[in-house]
Design a protein around this ligand. Structure first.
Ligand code: AMP
Ligand code: MG
Length: 615
């Protein structure tokens, strides 16, 4: 299965001059169509050999299956993509480029001038395409039939990831060994050896650890920038509006002329460049957004005028009367009124929203440099789990719902993730699956196997086989008490592991409270969710632990604060209790004097979902 693909646009002009990149997005679309499950990375880089080499190596080290480049394959001195690719690949695949050349020559003799290269580095296939959208479209058609097979072959040779996946799915034994001894089940601890931390302490640990994440950036189109954190400030290169513009439909005139009759000299609609300046006693009919002619210093809205004379056919106004004396600058947006030239349009750390993206588009920016979040892998653990797609459930089995739920939950909050399948509850299989995940990701989110049963092996495997530091292994919260956060060094890099309980509600709540927070912090956004004060619509029993109860908000008819209704039984296996939840209520732990909150009690609510009020 093709899991991750990169499309690199190599172009000085797209990179530096903000020329619109059309080939990269076209190629990205083809990739999406062919490999809809794959994680797709797109970047634009200049025609610099070292940068091209660096990015190719980066993607290969990140174990991407396929890297496609577009641009820089021709004969100009700056065309260096083939040289950079040759420097990176370990084995050439000349058949791919030969096939492209043969097919392209049938269309144009210019194909002789392409020097594209294809080859393999580690487990990544790299293919150069020419720079034009047309060429990219034609070339992709040629390589399309062989890409999946080529990638499968490359993986078979080094077999590790695909072997592990097969072993997970078909219960094969695997070659990894573990230091965890599971033979003495009777002597396992009956009390959790892990210290119980308060939520505030757990959050602080997540924040402290994740804020060490080194700043990585990538260039994306402004549209792809939605929800991303800006890494480089962008300033306006031109004033907005670039000319004095009318705010109203009316008449541009000279304020010094006061009220009275004016000769209608000309008409200027939006987009027309006015030619001659206005003189005293004259006016020009203008539309909203039209350029105000030189000489004029105000606009009088049509409602404040009266027609005095017109040609008989009604096609031309000759004179109008200005009924109210205008002020200078009335209803004129001067040059730079909305955005003066040189204004910082987006600053470092800003999370891009549609309005800012509109401003960037209006200022002529097509790309923006944003923070790249850590790569996230998702792994489910449990002997009882089957793939959701399997038709028949085996006895005592259930379908894995966590992976799908967490993948879309992360997506909803703007983060991609890589699906690493299901691992069985055996130490060697867990070692194999976790190793495979850590090879391709920075953050591993796994569910299941963290509580007190003899098959709950995640914590010992992390400690004994990965030499991990467990920052916390128990948190005073409900649901999610055995939630675990660990870091370890793997193949020379620091990795971050969230081992969450398998119960779907625990996995859901802990992903929101810890994982999304961690990903935000790593991009420079402070992690906390917005908190609201809300009123309970009904009484609620309190658990000894502080509880994150799933609830739906409604506006109260009397204009008081919103009311929150718990979504049925809050049992941690019952995912229905999270369906339609837009908040997690922070219910306090029960005390000797308070075991229940009455209807109407005010509690705080973390806004973790969309606030689409229905009433
Ligand atoms: P565990 O955390 O492994 O002790 O699992 C707790 C409960 O969650 C058990 O009832 C599991 O069957 C269930 N569970 C674990 N993983 C998943 C999953 N990926 N999807 C759905 N349920 C799960
Ligand atoms: Mg389990």
């Amino acid at each position: 299965m093709v899991k991750a693909v990169a499309v690199i646009t190599v172009s000085d002009t797209c990179f530096k001059d903000n020329t619109k990149d059309t080939s990269g997005p076209a190629l990205a679309d083809f990739v999406r169509e062919l490999f809809p499950e794959a994680n797709l990375h797109t970047i634009i880089i200049p025609d610099e050999k070292e940068i091209i080499e660096r990015e190719l190596k980066y993607f290969c080290e990140s174990s991407l299956d396929l890297v496609l480049t577009t641009g820089g394959t021709g004969l100009t001195p700056r065309d260096l993509t083939p040289e950079a690719t040759k420097a990176v690949i370990q084995r050439e695949v000349p058949g791919i480029t030969t096939a492209i050349t043969i097919a392209s020559l049938k269309k144009t003799p210019m194909a002789q001038l392409s020097r594209a290269v294809a080859g393999i580095r580690d487990k990544t296939l790299i293919v150069n395409f020419p720079g034009s959208k047309k060429a990219v479209t034609e070339c992709f058609e040629i390589v399309k039939p062989i890409l999946s097979h080529a990638i499968a072959l490359i993986h078979d040779e080094k077999a590790e990831v695909s072997y592990i996946h097969k072993s997970m799915q078909f219960n094969h034994t695997c070659t990894h060994v573990s230091n965890v001894d599971v033979s003495k089940v009777a002597f396992r601890p009956r009390e959790s050896p892990f210290q119980m931390y308060e939520m505030a302490e757990a959050w602080k640990m997540v924040d402290d650890v994740m804020s060490e994440w080194e700043e990585r950036v990538e260039i994306v189109t402004i549209e792809e920038g939605l929800g991303r954190v800006v890494a480089q400030a962008l300033s306006s290169k031109e004033p907005m509006p670039p000319f004095p513009a009318s705010v109203k439909d009316g008449y541009a005139c000279l304020s010094i002329d006061g009220a009275g009759v004016r000769r209608v000299r000309t008409a200027v609609t939006a987009g027309d460049a006015p030619t001659a300046p206005l003189c005293a006693g004259e006016c020009a009919r203008v539309n909203t957004g039209a350029a105000v002619p030189a000489g004029a210093d105000c606009v009088v809205q049509v409602e404040d005028t009266r027609l005095v004379s017109a040609t008989e056919d009604g096609q031309t106004e000759i004179e109008v009367e200005i009924l109210k004396a205008p002020e200078p600058q009335q209803d004129v947006r001067c040059v730079g009124f909305d955005i003066p030239m040189g204004t910082v349009l987006v600053d470092k750390g800003y999370v891009l929203d549609p309005a800012k993206i509109g401003i960037l588009a209006g200022a002529g920016y097509q790309n923006v440099t944003v923070r790249a979040p850590p790569k996230v892998a998702l792994l489910s653990t449990g002997n009882e789990l089957q793939e959701p797609s399997e038709v028949k459930l085996r006895p005592a089995h259930i379908r894995d719902s966590n992976r799908t739920m967490l993948r879309v939950l992360l997506k909803e909050h703007g983060y991609d993730s890589i699906d690493c399948g299901i691992a069985r509850d055996s130490p060697p299989e867990l070692v194999a699956a976790i190793s495979a995940a850590l090879k391709i990701a920075d953050v591993l989110v796994c569910t299941g196997g963290v509580s007190m049963g003899e098959k709950d092996l995640l914590k010992p495997v992390l400690l004994k086989d990965f030499n991990a530091t467990l920052h916390y292994g128990r948190v005073r919260m409900k649901p999610g008490k055995p939630s675990t956060f660990a870091t370890c060094e793997f193949e020379g890099k620091k990795k971050y592991i969230f081992a969450l309980p398998g119960n779907p509600v625990s996995a859901y709540v802990c992903s929101l409270l810890f994982v999304v927070r961690a990903l935000r912090v790593s991009c420079g956004v402070r992690g906390a969710w917005a908190r609201l004060r809300v009123r309970l619509a009904h009484g609620a029993a309190l658990d000894p632990r502080p509880e994150y109860a799933r609830a739906a908000l409604a506006l109260s008819p009397d204009g008081d604060m919103p009311t929150a209704t718990l979504l049925g039984s809050q049992c941690s296996s019952r995912l229905l209790s999270a369906c339609g939840a837009n908040v997690l209520l922070e219910l306090p732990g029960a005390t000797d004097t308070q075991q229940r909150l009455p209807a109407g009690a005010v509690v705080s609510a973390l806004v973790t979902g969309r606030l689409d009020f229905t009433s």
